[in-house]
Design a protein around this ligand. Structure first.
Ligand code: HEC
Length: 204
């Protein structure tokens, strides 16, 4: 996290420091007041995990038909992964069955893994990395409470290999004349494209 990206927070902190010397713990706290709370109970973690999954968009991709059903999907059907592919220059990815995935990890492993989560597109891994450890713990507790349901999602398909529907396809803009497309097939004799998949466009 780059603190210099939040000049307003830095300014507010400075003002608090100069005007409110008797409350150093409040100064050190992040924008939320979580640091002043006592540790959440198990029930609070579960409720927060459910709330985060419901409101952070995780179900949009990781739960089949969540959007078409307008979110009216019982929690027992949540996060079992999806056969809907996301096809782009990176290949085709499928939203993981998180109930099976998290069943493979203990809480400490998940906290380490999720703090530095790095996936292929279209997963917004940066959103998970930006969560507090407490929020990531809440996610874990809630997902584990659902139990390991469903089947694994389809395997990743590398670029330029055939993909069966259904999938969303991202069609990249045509590069200006004279600029080679970064999705062009490698020249004969050059390094195979396996580790050289073009980077996803920055969305942020
Ligand atoms: C826009 C669709 C989308 C959204 C929204 C989304 N995911 Fe994902 N997620 C994916 C896809 C696709 C993958 C598989 C990426 C890959 O193949 O590397 C994935 C992978 C993951 C993984 C890695 C699983 C593994 O195999 O290790 C985790 C963890 C994860 N998502 C959690 C979340 C959480 C938590 C949320 C909500 C905050 C979320 N995702 C929201 C599409 C999405």
């Amino acid at each position: 996290m780059n603190k210099y990206a939040f000049p307003g927070v830095a300014l507010a902190t400075t003002l608090i420091l100069s005007g409110c010397q008797q409350a150093p713990s409040a100064v050190a706290a992040p924008v939320t007041s979580a640091a002043t709370h006592t540790a959440p109970t198990d029930a609070e973690l579960l409720a927060r995990g459910e709330y985060l999954i419901r409101t952070s968009g995780c179900n949009d991709c990781h739960t089949p038909d969540y959007g078409p059903r307008q979110g009216q999907v019982p929690t027992s059907e949540w996060l079992v992964g999806s056969p809907l592919g996301y096809k782009g220059p990176w290949g085709t990815t499928y939203a993981t069955n998180l109930r099976l995935r998290l069943a493979d990890m203990d809480e400490t492993q998940w906290l380490d893994y999720s703090a530095t989560l790095k996936t292929r597109p279209i997963m917004p891994d940066f959103a998970v990395r930006a969560m507090t450890a407490e929020d990531r713990r809440a996610l874990y507790r809630f997902v584990r409470s659902l139990g390991p349901g469903g089947q694994p999602a389809p395997e990743f398909v590398p670029p330029d290999q055939p993909v069966q529907p259904p999938y969303f396809e991202l069609v990249m803009p045509t590069p200006p004349a004279g600029v080679p497309a970064n999705t062009a097939a490698p020249a004969v004799g050059s390094v195979p494209a396996t580790d050289a998949a073009p980077k996803a466009p920055s969305r942020g």
